[in-house]
Design a protein around this ligand. Structure first.
Ligand SMILES: Cc1ncc(COP(=O)(O)O)c(C=O)c1O
Length: 311
């Protein structure tokens, strides 16, 4: 992880070393925050944030679901992010905005605590590895189930909820796999610890839905659109666990992992054990879209304005 010079905190740019919070920050005790994972890529038009508005919309929705009023407008957050990338001189980076309950009265009732916001950026390579993107990763179904809609709000990207993913990630890593797959409360396939999941069988793509408690992934939406634009049939439906073992192809999508094929699940090869044709077709267009090379999806790239030269 390559650190940047500046972090944006509550409207100010502060040095990376000085971006600190009080120990009585409510979110530190109870996980009362929401966040986003966003990426900017180098494109021919300059550095550009992928599906920026969608991430900001989801951030605000997540905040609303946890009763937090973001003390900035969506446009202020967008401009702060673009400015932060430019001031840090970054071409491609990972972007992490967090909206959280700051230091205030302790106890579980958070509504009297302030709502604070920061945005950090750093350079970060492919989360599941460049080799994983090329050759596919090994995944396993973990023992932890995805949090149910009757306990928390899986559709919200809330900090505290990620203890679920953390347990799943540790279990899968300790067992020697690159990623864990969580089932939902009823035993249907849900998603990876930080990615949505797609299976391909007999030329048809399928991906689990909100019924299974998936996060409404922005790259999930992008992959769905790309697959359909390429003419593939894509079903959003419940996916049974054994379909993972029957699948010809499996891939995952997420901001951190981008589009990563899965070559093995629970020690069984997926299809031929190599990324399949449909995965490759969607992945190629997806990569083009990320890097601003796909004319059709050009409005998915929010270009960082270059400051005018000082006379
Ligand atoms: C649990 C979970 N599912 C899915 C995703 C993929 O979402 P997105 O494509 O918006 O990054 C993420 C990553 O944010 C995640 O944390």
């Amino acid at each position: 992880m390559n650190q940047a010079d500046l972090i944006w905190m509550n409207g100010e740019f502060v040095a990376w070393e000085d971006a600190k919070v009080h120990v009585l920050t409510h979110a530190l005790h109870y996980g009362t925050g929401v966040f986003e994972g966003v990426r900017a890529y180098e494109t021919a038009r300059g550095s550009a944030v992928f599906r920026h508005q969608d991430h900001i919309d989801r951030l605000f929705k997540s905040a609303q679901m946890y009763y937090m009023d973001v003390p900035f407008s969506k446009e202020q957050i967008r401009e702060a992010t673009l400015d932060l990338i430019a001031r840090n001189g970054m071409k491609s980076c990972y972007i992490r905005p967090v909206v959280y309950r700051g230091a205030g009265p302790m106890g579980l009732y958070p509504l009297d605590c302030p709502v604070d916001v920061f945005i950090a950026v750093w350079e970060w390579g492919a989360y599941l590895g460049e080799e994983g993107k090329q050759k596919g990763i090994r995944a396993t179904v973990v023992s932890w189930r995805k949090i149910g809609q009757d306990a928390l709000i899986p559709i919200a990207k809330a900090n505290g909820q990620y203890l679920n993913s953390v347990l799943a990630k540790i279990e899968s890593e300790k067992a020697g796999y690159e990623e864990g797959i969580l089932l939902d409360q009823r035993g249907f396939v849900c998603e990876g610890t930080g990615e949505n999941l797609f299976i391909v069988k007999d030329g048809i793509i399928a991906t689990p839905t909100y019924l299974s408690g998936v996060l409404g992934g922005i790259n999930r939406a992008a992959a769905i659109q790309i697959a359909r634009d390429l003419g593939f049939e894509l079903q959003e439906r419940q996916v049974a666990r054994d379909e993972l073992y029957l699948a010809d192809e499996i891939f995952m999508t997420g901001t951190a992992a981008e589009l990563t094929p899965v070559r093995e699940v629970d020690d069984r090869p997926v299809g031929t054990g190599e990324p399949g044709e449909i995965t490759r077709a969607v992945q190629n267009v997806f990569e083009d879209a990320l890097h601003g090379r796909a004319e059709r999806y050009a409005d998915w790239n929010d270009v960082v304005p270059v400051p005018a030269p000082t006379p």
